[in-house]
Design a protein around this ligand. Structure first.
Ligand SMILES: NC(=O)c1ccc[n+]([C@@H]2O[C@H](COP(=O)([O-])OP(=O)(O)OC[C@H]3O[C@@H](n4cnc5c(N)ncnc54)[C@H](OP(=O)(O)O)[C@@H]3O)[C@@H](O)[C@H]2O)c1
Length: 339
């Protein structure tokens, strides 16, 4: 395991490809690291650039080639892309061809009728803004962030196809689309000649919705998946077992999607039991939660978030442990759902 110290001139570690494992993304030419890093939280202009830089370095030095962004990651919106752009410019441009960088549009981004949803106007303008903030010529994959029921899906898919044909991205992805919507998107994109590379859904021990139809659609059509919030934003770690630490995501009042209310007694009981099982395996609960997502053959990459270098290194270490056995998976189900 390579740890990293900030230095003025970044040179990627030469052994970076020695231990990371890579998996083919569906039926495509792309292989992704089994662990990818997302910049949703902790990379905005309100966070220390030095920590953001150290985290990106530590990830790449240990074989994480895939970094995930979106137009609205911040706060304020756009600032995670700006942070990433600064790190690209200073450190990573020589390694651009070794990186697989994604961004997205789909949630509210700017005021008025054209800064939200799934229209051609929004997606193309937002992609251009994101490229500028990141200082990139192209994204490796550009996602529609969520299904927009008000825009014809044909328009949204045509916009994604155009984003590829115009050189703004190499592949297209969709995120948070349900099974039937995904099937429809796949058919439209196939007819346009720009097959869907990847779906990005939430997937963790507390949220298994993808097993109810979506994974079948992805498997049948040879589409990969990069699954987000594998740690349920930190809940599936040992961090909340004895209260809410001051520096944690749950304690941060600026974060609207996760807070103290998410840490219920029922969840704590389950986390405690899961933590004991992880200890029996000789690993942390976070590592077992990541391993659990990767046991699903449809999952290409587990997209973690982090607030420190140590968390990233610990997540990568998951790959050193044996996969979950059937009996361990059954024990997990028993903890989650009872006998
Ligand atoms: N497509 C979408 O709609 C969508 C939605 C959400 C996220 N995403 C993507 O998925 C990425 C990951 O999402 P996420 O941040 O929710 O993922 P996550 O991995 O479930 O949660 C990350 C948080 O867990 C805590 N953590 C991580 N490793 C830990 C460890 N070893 N021990 C203790 N705590 C640990 C940290 O919280 P603390 O800050 O408390 O330390 C960290 O910020 C995002 O960055 C984004 O790229 C996509």
């Amino acid at each position: 395991m390579i740890t990293h110290e900030t230095n003025a001139l970044y040179r990627a570690n030469e052994t970076r490809y020695q231990s990371m494992q890579y998996k083919r993304c569906g039926n495509s030419g792309i292989k992704l690291p089994k662990i990818s890093l997302g910049l949703w939280q902790n990379f905005s202009q309100t966070h220390a650039l030095s920590n953001a830089r150290n985290m990106i370095h530590a990830a790449f030095d240990n074989g994480i080639t895939h970094f995930d962004l979106a137009n609205n990651y911040g706060p304020p919106y756009g600032s995670a892309e700006e942070t990433f752009g600064q790190i690209m410019k200073k450190d990573l441009m020589p390694y651009r061809d070794e990186l697989f960088i994604s961004s997205k549009a789909g949630y509210d981004m700017w005021p008025g009728p054209y800064g939200d949803g799934g229209s051609r106007k929004y997606l193309i303008a937002s992609c251009d803004q994101s490229l500028k903030r990141c200082g990139l010529d192209y994204f490796d994959v550009f996602y529609h962030h969520r299904m927009d029921p008000e825009t014809p899906i044909e328009e949204t898919m045509r916009a994604l196809d155009y984003i590829v044909r115009s050189g703004r991205a190499l592949y297209v992805g969709i995120s948070n689309y349900h099974a039937e919507e995904t099937q429809k998107a796949i058919e439209i994109l196939n007819a346009l000649g720009t097959p869907l590379l990847v779906h990005q859904p939430r997937y963790n021990l507390f949220d298994r919705w993808i097993e109810n139809g979506l994974t079948d659609v992805l498997q049948t059509n040879g589409v990969g998946s990069v699954v987000f919030s594998p740690l349920a934003q930190g809940l599936l770690t040992d961090k909340y077992l004895h209260g809410i630490p001051k520096e944690s995501r749950a304690a941060n009042d600026n974060i609207v999607h996760f807070g103290k209310d998410n840490i219920t007694q029922d969840k704590l009981n389950k986390i405690t039991a899961l933590n004991e099982l992880a200890q029996e395996r000789g690993q942390t609960l976070a590592q077992m939660a990541i391993a659990w997502t990767l046991r699903n053959t449809v999952v290409t990459s587990c997209l973690v978030g982090a607030s420190s270098v140590e968390q990233i290194l610990s997540s990568i270490e998951t790959l050193k442990f044996a996969s979950l056995s059937d009996s361990e998976s059954k024990k997990i189900d028993h903890i989650l759902y009872g006998p």
